[in-house]
Structures are given as structure tokens and as C-alpha cells.
Design a protein around this ligand. Sequence first.
Ligand SMILES: [Zn+2]
Length: 394
Amino acid sequence: MKLSDIFGQDQTVAAFRRLIEQDTLAGSYLLEGAESVGKTSLARAIAQAAACKNPVSHPFDACGDCQSCRLADSASGNPEIILIPPAGEQTQIWQFWNREGHASGILDQTLQYTAVFGRKRFYIIDRAETLTNAAANSLLKVLEEPPPYAHFILLTTHAGRIIPTILSRCQRYRLLPVGQARLVDYLMDRYSCGRETAETLAVLSEGRTGWAITLAQQGREPEWITAVVELTIRAISAKTPEIGLKLADDFRQIANKSRKSEEKSSRSPDDNGGIAIERNGEDGALSQAGAPPDKLARSALSAAMNWGASVMHDLLLLRLQGDDLPIIYRSNRERLIQAAALRTPQFYRDSLELLVSAQRMLPSNVNVKLLTDTLFLHLTSGNPQPDAFNYSSY
Ligand SMILES: [Zn+2]
């Protein structure tokens, strides 16, 4: 992965090109930014460029051809560029230092040796907010003053959850989501996505570039887009609670399927010379190395609720203002135009609010089956209560 493969983080990339070229890279960095915005890809590209034995200039980048680069681009990776994801929900001290009853710690094992394949050694600590206090404290000294050939890059979605003594030892860079128009152009240029699909993906991605790119790479509009549209239309035309419960079940399945296809595609090797896809662990093995399964299921459901809310948004728009407006689900325009007449604008507004408030409940300990069942019972009742989840006892 070269720096030139990183999409949408121009300023940060330019800063690191300069730092590496002038050999003024600090010992420790923190890259903060939303899920799938491209933190891991950027960290890997920085590491590869700094380790490369034969970098190119104008602009500065890795050569892609020396032994260090070839290892970095290989499936097994460069053993001197090490990604350290949490072990389960937390990042533990024994992952870094030797502790009885565990495999040897990566720093005890490697930090004392200079790099052999490349010029530098890199340790990329993914989800640094999951460091236990013991692990964080054990890293203070080495982050403050690593050996001259070693660098640390910490990645986080929540810098506020990292102890201040770690933060003060790192230089911080913030990665911002990419604007929609730029993402649309990029998806069309690079992945020959049709405009309609590119626009739908850009809106639904909410700036999670890696997510949109993964789907665009598959070369066609993902099936769940139509599935979500159909399911939402069935929910608003349904008349009985039995149908509501059945739809809730279908909805959970769609969320689950979309998660599986996303996992599968993010695990397959890049075939375009490295794309800015954020991975969730050493091999993109989400369920083992990254977040625990329950958290993933919740985030998949949260995404699906967002898609459902986007359908309501389109229906409301079409119902209120006619059918020549820029809606989100463009490829399903005809179907949505037909369905929009089924209900009143008020119905769509209430349903939209209900979906958004249900989505807000997900990060808490709420029972997801109960939540989705209740949501669809409301949606199919013909009279959804927008504040149904606001003071319930979930
Ligand atoms: Zn190289």
C-alpha cells in the first residue's frame, strides 16, 4: 500500500511524505477518525514508505519493489510492520511483553533488533482505546522514547477514552470523512460504478470510505439495497402484527447477510494494488481479532436501520414534493414513486423518527430482538409513535 493509494486524506498524507523524506518522523503517532475512514490503510502506507529501502521522490512514496515493500504488499505482510489488534475486547499487556501463560510479547520479542528487510520497524496499535490500564502504562516509556529505528502508530475512533499520559506522548492527526461528491467521482472513476450506485453508496456510507469502496469493488449494486427497499415498503403496507413480526425477522437477516458479505469481501486480497480499506484486525478477521460478535451484530443492525430510515426519507420526499427530486435509492425510483402514495407525509415523518430513535438504542444493552420486533410492530400498526423508544424501559 503506497501513500498514493490513500484516498481523501491529502493533507495528512502530504505531512507524512514531508516527515519521512526529511527523516524527521517522531517516535509515536495517534491517528484518530471514524470507523472505516481509512486509519489502518494510512498507517500501513506510512510504515511502508518509511521502511522502503528505495523510495521515490516527487512526490515522496514507497517504491513498491524492494524486499520490504514486496513483503508489505504480500498476503502474510512485512514482519517488521506489525498490526496489533485487541485480543477480544481489550488490548492486553501480554500482547506486548512476556507474561507467564501467554505467547511471547511482540515488543519483548522484536523491539531490541534493528530492521533487516527495511529501514524501519513499525508497531500499529489498532483500537488503542481498548488498551487496558496496565497495558497503557507499560507502553509509556517506549512511546516516549522508542529506539531510533522503531515507530509506533496508534489508531482510535475515540481519543477521549485513551489515558492522557499516552496521548501526550503521541503526535496526533485527525482523519476526516470524505465529502460525498468527491467519493462519488472516485467510485465512478476507479471502480466503474454507475452514477446511481455510486451516489447511493456515498450517501449510505456516511463518510465511511472503506465501506463504500468495498461494495463498489464488487461491481454491482449490493442485493440488500433492493431488499431493504422492498422490506420497508412491505412494512408500510402491512396490516397485521403477524406480518410485523415476520418482517422484523427478515430485517435481522438482511442486516446479518450484509455484514457477512462485507466481512468476506474485506478479507479477500486486494487486487488493485492496495485500496484504502480499513481492516478490522490482522487479516480482516473481524469476529476473531476485532470487535466481539455481539457488537458487530449491533453495528450491522444500526446500519440497516439507517438504510430503512433512508427509505422513509425518500418516500417522504416523493410524497411531499413530486418525483423529480434527488432521492437516495435512485435505482429503485419507480418502485418508490408507486409506494409513496400509500401513506401520508406525517406517517413517513413519524416512521423516520421512530427508526432513528430505535437506532440510538442499539449501543446500549437493549435486547435487539425485542427492539426490532417492537420497531416493526409500530411500523406495521399504521400509526407509528415517534417517541415509542424515548422513555421505554429497555
Ligand atoms: Zn520499497
